[in-house]
Design a protein around this ligand. Structure first.
Ligand code: C5P
Length: 224
């Protein structure tokens, strides 16, 4: 039988990463951070000086890119062509680039099999977090969730995260970037950000993330 597949989608800063990490650890599931995959492709495109709408060059880049994950202690590290880029992919510049690169159909199609393979090779189950897991990557996932929160709450979380990493960015700038990225992600032609019809929707504006984890874990255990 195939592993148990959990889809966690939602906008930036809704708490997907934190929740997915805790859940994966508690359930002994693999964690596939699909945003990190798009971010890694964006970083490679930036390093090579590609225009983010050059489909031909992006397609060629995808044919030779190698992305993998490795859990080290509490952290899930991302490797781009063998190099640990976990920190570098999360700068504000690279976030915006990831959003642009991910709007190209050639990029989305080219990364589908990688996302599915990383999940299906897990021995027990896999948690995939992203924007289109429940709608495109695994429409037949065993459990689907869509996490939301007020824009200002999400921006504050992202601001705190960047601050702790030493990235100097005002709350206003973080909010402006987030609004742009949300709009682009929700309005793109291919695989826009939207909840799957059969997704369980949770708003973490006032619900602590520990409570979100509890609800998700209970739902998953009931279906296993
Ligand atoms: O989740 P994260 O903020 O790391 O994702 C970075 C960007 O990658 C998003 O803004 C989105 O444009 C893109 N993305 C996507 N589909 C996914 C995951 C991420 O388009 N499944």
């Amino acid at each position: 039988a195939r592993p148990f597949i959990v889809a966690i989608d939602g906008p930036a800063g809704a708490g997907k990463s934190t929740v997915s990490k805790v859940l994966a650890r508690r359930l002994g599931f693999a964690l596939v951070d699909t945003g990190a995959i798009y971010r890694s492709v964006a970083l490679k495109a930036r390093r090579e000086g590609l225009a983010f709408d050059d489909d031909e060059k992006l397609g060629e880049l995808l044919s030779r890119v190698h992305i993998s994950f490795q859990v080290e202690g509490e952290d899930n590290h991302v490797f781009l062509d063998g190099e640990d880029v976990s920190g570098e992919i999360r700068t504000p510049e690279n976030s915006m680039a990831a959003s642009q690169v991910s709007s190209r159909p050639v990029v989305r199609a080219g990364l589908l099999s990688l996302q599915r393979r990383l999940a299906l090779q897990a021995p027990k189950g896999a948690i995939l977090e992203g924007r289109d897991i429940g709608t495109v990557v695994f429409p037949d996932a065993d459990a689907k969730f869509f996490l939301e929160a007020d824009p200002s709450t999400r921006a504050r979380r992202r601001f705190e995260e960047l601050f702790q990493k030493g990235v100097e960015r005002s709350l206003e700038e973080v909010l402006a970037d987030q609004i742009k990225r949300d709009q682009d992600d929700a309005s793109r032609a291919v695989a826009p950000l939207k909840p799957a019809e059969d997704a369980v929707r949770l708003d973490s504006t006032i619900m602590p993330l520990s409570e979100v984890v509890r609800v998700l874990e209970q739902t998953i255990l009931e279906r296993m």
